[in-house]
Design a protein around this ligand. Structure first.
Ligand SMILES: Nc1ncnc2c1ncn2[C@@H]1O[C@H](COP(=O)(O)OP(=O)(O)OP(=O)(O)O)[C@@H](O)[C@H]1O
Length: 516
């Protein structure tokens, strides 16, 4: 439960208060890209301000500029009405600005309190004042509902709780503005609800929040005002959230209305392509399912259901205790990821930055990393011209932005990084595509592009197994849905008009199988 403290202040009316942070006429360039062009952003005291935009619109660049990490070429920053110039992130902390990223920066083997004061230890003379650290940590942790977790190592906490510790750290530093950059993308449904409640509670306590997200439903639940960026520019003025519909926000982000969130496909579903029987490991038990040519099998389950481990086992990267795999009717064993790729099974992992890409390598290198043999000439040497040409072609088809094959993967926005991972697997000519959370951190328009890519694959006769935590995505894209709960398969249902969200959620929380 969230707790109010003595520091709780009167709730404040958003939009009518004095500006806390003003970013005026900000321009930031990178080689070949104008990431921000004359952008204005005013965050007022006591408001939850949404900063939205497509992948690559410039949101992260703006955050890094606010935090003193990026040095803009033009514009100025004002804090409580006074011009400020930040040289490092510590200057931002000093002012009272904190940032919570989706990828958390804490150290798992250290305790909660040690993590909270890492690099900012409370001192008594030359020594760390452990007692004082613990006292202050307790107050801050109570404000985020974690008062009982003082002595626990970070690695024992779930993702949602780790994020709350980061927020407690910000609260302890008396942050007046907390920037949250896609904070919900790795959280379970209940953790998301908890975080959104906490945002509202912190806001009631007088803290302003700048909230960056691609999930418009969550944004609308908590936001007071919204600023949309498009191609590095303001897409219109800041608006009151209650005056603007989700469709209008999408139009500001994308520049047009989206016809269909989940594009239709007309595919003749064919014979069985892949089947597994009685797969068992330490994280799942007795999993059996099949997927046919041209079919998309959605896999739904809450955090800890064993979905990801099951998919990794099929791909040869998670130890299988027993079970059989059949590809096009033939029984086979997958010994490793390389073996899976050779057999036509590929896995797009949920964390693209750690497992999907080599971030310091460019797009040509990443896109062709598993298919280098295709580019060997008759002397056995890699034909780099051919490699670049193919990557350019696929990049164009996938609407990769910017279409710069020599640019490092780390310098692309999240959604465009995801397209590079998809490109890598498209080039492999696989038959069975396992997509684990394919649209995580991807904007609304790019989501539709990814769904279209999936539909194309299905039309060409591939099979897709799509793991997703977004129930709407599961219902919008799947032919059949398999639901898992605590390592067990609780049902496989045809996704027809008889199926609804409630039924899937019942299965995902251990309910009974209705249909097979
Ligand atoms: N360090 C960098 N070097 C080169 N280009 C960069 C760098 N950082 C960002 N960019 C480019 O600046 C543009 C804006 O990127 P930014 O990461 O700010 O987008 P974003 O709105 O945060 O996207 P996403 O929602 O995908 O995170 C993109 O074209 C990106 O490729």
């Amino acid at each position: 439960m969230l707790q109010k403290t003595q520091e709780t202040t009167e709730s404040v009316e958003p939009g009518s208060n004095a500006p806390l942070l003003e970013m005026r006429d900000i321009t930031k360039m990178f080689p070949g890209v104008v990431a921000l062009s004359h952008v204005n952003l005013v965050v007022r005291q006591g408001e939850i301000h949404l900063l939205l935009g497509e992948n690559g619109a410039g949101k992260s660049t703006m955050i890094k500029t606010i935090m003193g990490i990026n040095k803009p070429e033009g514009g100025e920053m004002l804090w409580m009405g006074k011009p400020v110039k930040l040289n490092t992130i510590h200057d931002a902390y000093q002012l009272g600005i904190a940032v919570i990223y989706q990828e958390l920066s804490n150290i798992p083997c250290l305790g909660v309190v040690e993590n909270m004061y890492l690099g900012n230890e409370k001192k008594k003379g030359p020594f760390i004042d452990w007692k004082e650290q613990k006292r202050c940590a307790k107050i801050a942790l109570e404000r985020v509902g974690l008062g009982n977790l003082l002595d626990v190592p970070m690695e024992n906490l779930g993702m949602g709780q780790r994020q709350l510790v980061e927020i407690a750290r910000a609260v302890d530093r008396n942050a007046k503005l907390i920037i949250m950059d896609e904070p919900t993308s790795s959280l379970s449904r209940s953790e998301i609800d908890n975080l959104l409640d906490l945002m509202l509670e912190l806001n009631r306590q007088g803290i302003s929040i700048l909230f960056i997200t691609h999930k418009l439903d969550e944004a609308k639940k908590v936001g007071h005002v919204v600023t949309v960026l498009k191609d590095g520019k303001n897409s219109g003025p800041t608006l009151n959230v209650e005056d603007v519909s989700e469709d209008q926000i999408i139009k500001l982000m994308v520049g047009r209305e989206l016809d269909e969130k989940y594009p239709r496909r007309s595919v003749q579903i064919g014979e069985e392509m892949f089947r597994c029987e009685n797969l068992c490991s330490d994280k799942f038990d007795n999993i059996s399912f099949h997927v046919r040519k041209g079919e998309l099998l959605g896999v739904f389950g809450l955090v800890g259901a064993g979905r990801t481990e099951t998919m990794r086992a099929i791909f040869g990267t998670y130890p299988l205790v027993e079970g059989d795999i059949f590809i096009e009717g033939r029984k086979g064993k997958v010994k490793s990821a390389r073996d899976a790729i050779d057999k036509g099974i590929v896995l797009l992992t949920e964390n693209r930055k750690e497992e999907g890409l080599v971030l310091i390598h460019n797009i040509v290198e990443n896109g062709t990393i598993v298919t280098m043999n295709q580019f060997k000439n008759k002397f056995g040497l890699i034909d780099n011209k051919k490699r670049t040409a193919i990557v350019k072609k696929y990049g164009k088809d996938l609407n990769l932005r910017p279409l710069q094959p020599e640019k490092r993967a780390m310098d692309f926005s999240g959604g465009n990084q995801q397209k590079v991972v998809i490109m890598k697997w498209l080039l492999s000519g696989a038959k069975v595509f396992i997509f684990d959370e394919p649209t995580k951190g991807v904007d609304v328009a790019a989501k539709v592009e990814i769904y279209n890519i999936m539909n194309n694959l299905l039309e060409q006769g591939a099979s897709i197994i799509m793991v997703s935590s977004e129930i709407q995505e599961i219902l919008g894209m799947s032919d059949r849905i398999m639901v898992m709960y605590e390592g067990l398969e609780t049902g496989i249902v045809n996704n027809d008009e008889t199926v609804d969200q409630e039924q899937i959620l019942t299965l995902a929380t251990g309910g009974k199988v209705n249909e097979r």
